[in-house]
Design a protein around this ligand. Sequence first.
Ligand code: FES
Length: 92
Amino acid sequence: MSDKDNDIIVCRCEEITLGEIREWIDRGYGSAGEIKRALRAGMGPCQGRGCQDIIMREISRRLNIPLDQVEAGSVRPPVKPIKIGLLADRGE
Ligand code: FES
């Protein structure tokens, strides 16, 4: 990908562009976890399922390191809203 792709949204949940991710990689952030903490990319409702692989590939490409050496961020279950009644019913 060239720099003309900088406006592409990589993390749809947090609306983080490829250009923002590249900027932080160039600042020395070299793992998906570091990018996540700096930009919140991967902290949205899907918890990185939609963006983490893309971020890791970009780190690999930009830093010229093998993809399997790029450290992944932590993965948590997706956030799903539930009805408050379900919680209340459990108290009976
Ligand atoms: S697409 Fe990045 S957290 Fe969902």
